[in-house]
Design a protein around this ligand. Structure first.
Ligand code: 4NP
Length: 155
């Protein structure tokens, strides 16, 4: 049986979406579903391509026992829509970009992460510097997304 693939998307792929990728992967591992669900993350912009995660994202993840040292930013491409079952934006601008690039029906399901947990955007730490607030949103959103996938896919 082919696995479920989830792609998290934000502007730079150095703060929010890598945090979602590593938190979600940790949740999937804890539930023993790593052979069924995989994930990755990418950017809408080209600004940080090839860069590691922002040190403040890495620090929050480290504090919760998660390493993201292998992460390098990459940009969303059209071929991702054939590869991933779910393409999940961190904020409404990301989702708008995702839907503009999408080939349309029959490809990835697209949504906002927080739409699974009551709505809104994941708090953007780039200007606020509040990475703990982002971490809380990401945990809530990823937990709800995982429940939704388990229910929908019968896992
Ligand atoms: P991210 O955060 O989209 O969560 O990775 C940002 C990273 C870089 C910039 C903005 C947000 N920037 O303007 O370069």
């Amino acid at each position: 049986m082919s696995g479920i693939k989830v792609l998290f998307v934000c502007y730079g792929n150095i703060c929010r979406s890598p945090m979602a990728e590593y938190v979600f992967r940790d949740m999937v591992e804890r539930e023993g579903l790593s052979n069924r669900i995989t994930c990755a993350s990418c950017a809408t912009s080209a600004e940080h391509i090839g860069d590691p995660a922002d040190p403040r994202t890495a620090e929050v993840l480290e504090r919760h026992g998660i390493s993201c040292k292998d992460k390098r930013a990459r940009r969303l491409t059209r071929s991702d829509f054939s590869e991933y079952n779910y393409i999940i934006g961190m904020d409404r601008h990301n989702l708008e970009y995702i839907r503009t690039l999408s080939p349309g029906d029959g490809f990835s399901e697209t949504a906002l992460l927080m739409s699974y947990a009551g709505g809104g955007d994941v708090a953007d730490p780039w200007y606020s510097g509040d990475f703990d607030c982002t971490y809380r949103d990401v945990c809530r959103g990823c937990g709800a997304l995982l429940e939704r996938i388990k229910e929908k896919e019968g896992l």
